[in-house]
Design a protein around this ligand. Structure first.
Ligand code: HEC
Length: 502
């Protein structure tokens, strides 16, 4: 016994001597030549949403969805509240979201923040500018306010190399916004630092820089000032896009690299820009950060992408000119939970955060001390648990045509693996009247999606997307799976019976 405790003390001293500044060692990521130490820099956070680096003070400034702006001092890894914004409206995915810290050499420093508010039953997305100095903020100024919704508020912000604000807005759950050039939703907006419209915008007197987006959750700028975004598709085709002025990225007329859903004369006339990469089944891509440092040679010229549904960090290796994705690697799959945001420091260290206390927790999460901010940095030797990065050769395919696999790929992110959903957000499919009921109604819900229902006395304001892309045999397998699981005991059907319900 005594020996064990001495050994434990010895190990503790050993570990604490390896970690600086209260970092907890989690393990090592082994790449082909480099080793990266994974440490935990902060815990017990509540849905950190955006991470920014204060290069003057060596702080990470981060937002928490309910309205806090906090700082993580990298000199000792202490966390302090900078300010709590009382007017933030937080429900489901709304709240205090994207931020951008701007620290020019000569003039005042600014922190730009995007958050939702609610006035007289109307939700808005707001772009505010604070004066920022050494971990404090003051004098908020509203630069722009646009319609918001309970979902699809986009909100990432960057300050481009041209000293303009780029604000990625969501379609506010109204598809048509994205193709309407007069609306500011579903767009990349280009804005002067004081909120006015830049004189050199591609359309005179308009903030609109690029259009045709659903709900972007990541925005970054790489070499040669190339701007990249990540975006949530509905039931299919999550995307990473390369943004060019006045290009149309297609939502809701096309998704991913597919042809237009409905070929009409007007859609034939539009030129759509395809994503660099798209994913079906969806991965829910979130924060994205360009990695240009030589510190981790294997990752130089990559996009680092955090994902929520697929609970992983992706490394998207870019071509030399940055205009194509040539390789994809997946790290930490299902091990740390939902990952929301990622930040690359000028010295090549990487910080990223979890989102395990948000509206859509995954199986086994949140852990008691979630949410956390993690750090990845180059290290000489391997310590602790070993993580490997797995090369994704092509979009993941649903290996086997079993109802269970298909349900996991397409339905479980919302209705959960056990079918119990989340009360008030995603209805339970357990002992469900609809699932056990008439086949035609059930099949129409799956094919066309559903919105604005009151189920068992509870109103659902989240929407179910349409799954009309499923093959007949896939839809049949899913229907049979949900009708004979989750305490449902309805008859199964064959593919011909399914076809008659279309
Ligand atoms: C993005 C989240 C999401 C995904 C993915 C999803 N659903 Fe849903 N589903 C919902 C929501 C939200 C509702 C309730 C909609 C409403 O009431 O307006 C719903 C409703 C339903 C209902 C009706 C429940 C009732 O009691 O009336 C069924 C059945 C259903 N979904 C089955 C499925 C199946 C099968 C899949 C996979 C093919 C699936 N859903 C995928 C979000 C989702």
């Amino acid at each position: 016994m005594k020996h064990i405790s001495i050994l434990l003390i010895y190990i503790c001293i050993l570990i604490s001597s390896c970690t600086k500044k209260n970092e907890i060692i989690i393990g090592t990521v082994e790449l082909s030549n480099s080793k990266l130490l994974l440490t935990q820099a902060a815990d017990s956070l509540d849905v950190p949403w955006d991470l920014q680096y204060d290069k003057t003070n060596n702080y990470i400034i981060f937002s928490e969805i309910k309205g806090n702006i906090k700082k993580l001092d990298l000199n000792d890894n202490s966390v302090q509240l900078i300010t709590a914004i009382p007017s933030v409206f937080q429900q489901r995915t709304t709240g205090l979201l994207g931020m951008a810290l701007y620290q020019p050499l000569q003039s005042e420093h600014y922190l730009f923040v995007s958050y939702t508010t609610k006035t007289d039953d109307k939700i808005y997305s707001n772009l505010y500018r604070y004066i920022y100095k050494d971990g404090t903020v003051k004098n908020p100024k509203l630069l722009l306010q646009i319609p918001g919704n309970t979902g699809h508020n986009g909100s990432r912000i960057i300050i481009g190399t041209d000293k303009k604000i780029y604000w990625a807005t969501g379609d506010a759950a109204i598809d048509a916004n994205a193709q309407d050039i007069t609306k500011l939703n579903g767009k990349i907006l280009r804005i002067n630092l004081d909120g006015s419209i830049p004189k050199d915008n591609p359309t005179p007197n308009s903030y609109v820089y690029a259009w045709g987006f659903r709900n972007m959750q990541g925005l970054t700028q790489g070499e040669n000032s190339i701007i990249y975004t990540s975006e949530h598709g509905d039931a299919v085709e999550d995307e990473v896009n390369l943004i060019q002025p006045l290009h149309n990225y297609g939502w809701p007329l096309i998704e991913g690299k597919n042809p237009p859903k409905k070929e009409t004369d007007s859609t034939k006339a539009i030129v759509f820009t395809q994503p660099l990469q798209s994913w079906t089944p969806v991965i829910a891509p979130a924060g994205i950060s360009y990695y240009g440092s030589t510190k981790i040679p294997e990752w130089r010229k990559s996009l680092l992408l955090t994902t929520l549904k697929s609970q992983s960090l992706r490394v998207l290796k870019l071509s030399e000119d940055g205009k194509a994705i040539i390789d994809e690697y997946t790290l930490f799959k299902d091990q740390l939970g939902r990952l929301r945001s990622v930040l690359t420091l000028p010295n090549g260290d990487i910080y990223f955060c979890t989102s395990n206390r948000d509206w859509n927790p995954q199986k086994g999460f949140p852990k008691p001390e979630d949410d956390r901010i993690y750090k990845l940095s180059l290290n000489e030797k391997a310590i602790g648990k070993i993580f490997t990065s797995i090369k994704t050769t092509s979009a993941p395919v649903v290996a086997e045509l079993s109802g269970k696999n298909l349900y996991e790929a397409y339905c479980a992110s919302c209705h959960k693996s056990d079918g119990k959903g989340i009360m008030g957000t995603f209805p339970s499919l357990e002992k469900s009247t609809t699932v056990n009921g008439d086949i035609k109604t059930l099949s129409q819900i799956i094919l066309k999606g559903l919105k604005n229902q009151t189920i068992d006395g509870v109103k659902y304001d989240a929407q179910m997307p349409a799954f009309n892309f499923l093959k007949d045999e896939e839809a049949t397998a899913i229907i049979n799976y949900i009708r004979s699981n989750f305490k449902n005991q309805a008859s199964t059907i064959n593919i011909n019976q399914f076809k008659q319900t279309k």
